[in-house]
Design a binder for this molecule. Structure first.
Ligand SMILES: [Zn+2]
Length: 182
């Protein structure tokens, strides 16, 4: 990686025209907004990222400017089912096409499926990496299989108790009511 390139002020046009390629590893703790979602906040956790610039000439002779982003990291969040910590791998692999102005972006947004961004001589790629990772966070964090499910325990209890040989939702509910009264 060239030392003189500032990731928070990347000249997108130049980067794309020179088929720029950058990659690296940054501590997750440096990304405040993403870190706020991470329950563990380990100083050892990092974000692996890569950026590739590309200029593509379309059949009608227009030069398109593209930025390809890949990033991944790992966060811990509270599982909304069992309330224990769960770990999540975040992976981003997206491409962005840069246009010359906000107006062009708005104009072309409906007719294009790709993600459009406005060209910038000092584009903040760190912010883009963070934004994209935040968007890849689970909406409702949950273990795929919870280790400590309250309802699972309750069901097992029911099975051992002859009164609830065949647990059904109402039995579970009745059981729950009983246990909250005592
Ligand atoms: Zn869970």
């Amino acid at each position: 990686m060239k030392q003189n390139i500032e990731l928070n002020q990347l000249d997108i046009l130049n980067f794309a025209q020179s088929s720029g390629a950058l990659s690296g590893k940054l501590p997750l703790l440096g990304f405040e907004r993403l870190c706020a979602e991470d329950s563990r906040k380990s100083p050892e956790e990092s974000i692996n990222w890569s950026l590739n610039g590309q200029q593509i000439k379309t059949p009608d002779g227009i030069n398109q400017i593209w930025l390809h982003l890949k990033a991944n990291t790992h966060v811990m969040m509270t599982c909304q089912r069992c309330l224990e910590l769960a770990s999540f791998d975040l992976n981003v692999d997206r491409s962005f096409r840069f246009v010359d102005s906000e107006a062009t972006a708005l104009e072309q947004d409906d007719e294009n499926e790709e993600d459009l961004l406005v060209m910038d001589k000092k584009f903040n790629t760190l912010e883009l990496i963070e934004d994209e990772l935040i968007m890849s966070l689970p909406i409702v964090p949950r273990h795929q299989v919870c280790q400590n499910l309250f309802l699972e325990d309750l069901a097992k209890e029911g099975q051992e108790n002859p009164e609830f040989q065949r647990p059904n939702p109402f039995a579970v509910l009745a059981n729950l009511k009983k246990s909250t009264k005592t």
